[in-house]
Design a protein. Structure first.
Length: 179
């Protein structure tokens, strides 16, 4: 995967963008960390931005302009990006600390909707990570806690519709089974 990203053209100014997308609990974060580590071992400057820094239960995908304005557009111009992470105080999300994003060789955008149709012209490579839905739910509950189960079920229902309309899986340059 690291070789595929490096062989692909930079489409966000001089930055290559790897989007690691797929449904919740599929293993996107694990894949993103592994490819980031492999790129760093090759001496490549890598920055990662998780969509979890933006999304909330009530706003699963419409936050995208914050990522474009704060990170993608500045990097396209060769300038560092900056955004406020979403943090959770109990069950209520709010804007938290600022995060600076230096201009990297490769930007890894990881999470649900990272390879969305509107982003594809700027992506060097889109990767789809998949796993059976029942296994994903249990992984996500193990990660987020039993109290999140109903929210995660609603989230998964949303994802099915989102991915069907967006055509994300079919548009991915690589598809991988969950690690």
């Amino acid at each position: 995967m690291a070789a595929a990203v490096l062989a692909a053209p930079a489409r966000l100014g001089g930055v290559r963008v790897l989007a690691v997308d797929g449904p919740s609990g599929a293993g996107k974060s694990t894949v993103a960390r592994a490819v980031g580590a492999a790129l760093r071992e090759r001496g490549v400057a890598v920055e990662s931005v998780p969509t979890d820094d933006f999304a909330t239960w009530d706003d699963p995908v419409s936050w995208w302009p914050r990522l474009v304005d704060g990170v993608l557009d500045p990097l396209r111009r060769g300038s560092p990006g900056r955004y406020r992470r979403t943090t959770w105080d109990g069950s209520v999300p709010r804007l938290g600390e600022w995060r600076e994003v230096p201009v990297p060789d490769v930007l890894v955008v990881e999470g649900v909707s990272s390879a969305r149709r509107s982003a594809r012209p700027s992506l060097s490579l889109a990767v789809w990570v998949e796993l059976a839905e029942e296994m994903r739910l249990e992984r996500a509950v193990a990660r987020d806690g039993e109290s999140s189960r109903e929210q995660l079920r609603r989230w998964q229902a949303f994802e099915r519709g989102w991915f069907a309309v967006d055509g994300t899986r079919a548009a991915a340059g690589l598809r991988v089974a969950s690690p």
